[in-house]
Design a protein around this ligand. Structure first.
Ligand code: HEM
Length: 391
C-alpha cells in the first residue's frame, strides 16, 4: 500500500497556531501518515493511536518520547521516558499521593484557592483567563504539595515549559529550552535541593521511598520530575481552553450550571477537544504493520493524541463541543501503561475551579482575540481576555 504523505511541518509555528487544521488534513490522508518535513510517520487515527499506546513492548518509551534523540538522552530514566519493569517501580512511588483515594484529601485546599482566585478575577471588569486565571491553581497547588525550596518553586513553570518545548523539534526555540532544562538538572543534582525539601511534601516522600527502593540518592531527587514538568502547562492549557470553549458555547455553560453532574464529562470533553499534549513519540522495536502501513524496527513514530481525539471515525461531529457526548476512550490523558499519572489531580483542580465559576458567572464574553502560545508540544493559550457577566 502506498504511504500517504504530507508536507505539514508538525513543529512549524503555523501548525502550532492552528493544529486543528493540520489534524484534519492528516486524518483525511489516513490513520498513519508520513510527515516529509519531520522525517517520521505520524499515527493519527484513533484506533491506530490506541493500538500503539497499548503495545508498550513494540512501541517503547525507554529510548525517550521526544522527537529529538539528543534531547532524549537528557530525559531517559524518568517514569515517562522508561519501560516496565523500571517504569513500574518509579510510577508506583510517585503515583501514590495522586491516586483517586488520596487526591481527595486536598479537595478543601483546592476549593479554598479556587474561591480566592475567582474572587480576585471577578473583582475586575475584565481579566485574562489564560494568563491570570489558568496558571494560578496548578502553580499554587502543585508547588505547595511538591514542597520544593524557594528557588525550585519559583522556577517550576519555566522548567515545565522548557521540557515540553524539547519534546518537539523546533531548532529556533531549542537552545534556549536546553539552557533552561540544564538549570532543572543542576537543581536536581544539587545536594542542597534535598536539604531544602519540605518534610511533608511529595518530593521528600518520593526521594526517601526511591532510596528505600534501591535508587541511588543522587538519582532519587529526579523522581520529582514526575511532578514538576508534566503538571503545570497541561492543566493550565485545559483551564484556559475550557473558558474559551464555554465563552464560545454559552448553551454548554448553561447546561453545566444547571446540572453539575455533567462536570466530570465536561472536563473530559475539554481535554478531548483541546488535547493539551499534541503528540509524543515512541520508538519501534520490531517491524510491524499498523493500519496497513509497514513501520520498521528502530524507527520513531509520532503519536498524535490531538488528531486521534478529533477522528470522525471515533467521535461523531468531532469538532463540536458537547459536554454530554460519550467522550470515554479519548486519549487526551494517554492510554496504557503511560496513561497520565496526575489526571485525578488535574480533574479535581478543573472541577473545583469551574464549580466556583459556575456558581457566580452567567456567561463569559471574549473581549479581544485569543492569542495562541508557542510551544512544540503543548497546545495552550498565551492570552484570553474575557469579561464575566455575573448574576
Ligand atoms: C489536563 C492535564 C493533563 C493532561 C492533558 C495530561 C496528559 C498526559 C498524557 C497524554 C500522558 C501520556 C504520555 C504518554 O503516552 O507517553 C501523560 C503522562 C503523564 N502525566 Fe499527565 N497530563 C495532565 C496533568 C498531569 C499532572 C497534574 C501531573 C502530575 C501531578 C501529570 C503527570 C504525568 C506523568 C508523570 C506522566 C507519565 C506517566 C507514565 O509514563 O507512566 N500529568 N499526561
Amino acid at each position: 500500500m502506498a504511504t500517504p504523505a504530507t508536507d505539514i511541518d508538525f513543529y512549524a509555528e503555523s501548525t502550532i497556531a492552528d493544529p486543528v487544521s493540520a489534524y484534519a488534513a492528516m486524518l483525511a490522508l489516513g490513520p498513519v501518515v508520513w510527515l516529509e518535513k519531520n522525517g517520521l510517520y505520524a499515527i493519527c487515527g484513533h484506533n491506530a493511536v490506541v493500538q500503539v499506546l497499548r503495545d508498550h513492548q513494540r512501541f517503547i518509551s525507554g529510548k525517550g518520547v521526544s522527537v529529538n534523540d539528543n534531547i532524549n538522552q537528557l530525559l531517559i530514566g524518568s517514569t515517562l521516558n522508561s519501560d516496565p519493569p523500571q517504569h513500574d517501580v518509579t510510577r508506583k512511588i510517585t503515583f501514590e499521593p495522586l491516586s483517586s483515594k488520596k487526591v481527595v484529601l486536598v479537595r478543601e485546599r483546592i476549593e479554598k484557592e479556587s474561591k480566592y482566585i475567582v474572587d480576585k478575577m471577578l473583582s475586575q471588569p475584565e481579566f485574562d483567563a489564560a494568563a491570570e486565571l489558568a496558571p494560578y491553581l496548578p502553580l499554587t497547588i502543585v508547588r505547595d504539595l511538591v514542597g520544593l525550596g524557594d528557588y525550585g518553586k519559583d522556577n517550576m513553570l519555566d522548567w515545565g515549559a522548557a521540557t515540553f518545548e524539547l519534546m518537539g523539534d523546533a531548532k529556533e526555540r531549542h537552545d534556549d529550552a536546553i539552557n533552561r532544562l540544564k538549570r532543572l538538572r543542576e537543581f536536581l543534582e544539587d545536594p542542597a535541593t534535598l536539604d531544602n525539601l519540605s518534610p511533608d511534601g511529595w518530593a521528600q516522600r518520593a526521594t526517601a521511598l526511591g532510596i528505600e527502593n534501591g535508587i541511588k540518592p543522587e538519582r532519587a531527587a529526579e523522581l520529582m520530575r514526575d511532578y514538576i514538568p508534566p503538571s503545570l502547562d497541561t492543566t493550565i492549557s485545559a483551564i484556559g481552553y475550557g473558558i474559551k470553549l464555554f465563552a464560545e458555547n454559552p448553551e454548554q455553560w448553561n447546561k453545566l450550571r444547571d446540572n453539575r453532574k455533567l462536570m466530570r464529562n465536561a472536563i473530559e470533553e475539554i481535554v478531548r477537544l483541546n488535547t493539551p499534549i499534541r503528540a509524543f513519540t515512541r520508538y519501534v522495536t520490531e517491524d510491524i504493520n499498523i493500519a496497513g502501513i509497514d513501520l520498521s524496527a528502530n524507527s520513531r513514530v509520532l503519536v498524535v493524541y490531538g488528531a486521534a481525539n478529533r477522528d470522525p471515525q471515533r467521535f461523531d461531529k468531532p469538532d463540536t463541543f458537547d459536554i454530554e457526548r460519550r467522550v470515554v476512550g479519548h486519549v487526551g490523558f494517554g492510554q496504557g501503561v503511560h496513561a497520565c499519572l496526575g489526571m485525578n489531580l488535574a480533574r479535581l483542580e478543573m472541577s473545583c475551579l469551574f464549580n466556583e465559576l459556575a456558581d457566580r458567572v452567567k456567561r463569559f464574553e471574549m473581549v479581544a482575540p485569543a492569542v495562541q502560545a508557542v510551544n512544540s508540544t503543548i497546545h495552550s493559550l498565551a492570552s484570553l481576555p474575557v469579561k464575566a457577566v455575573l448574576e
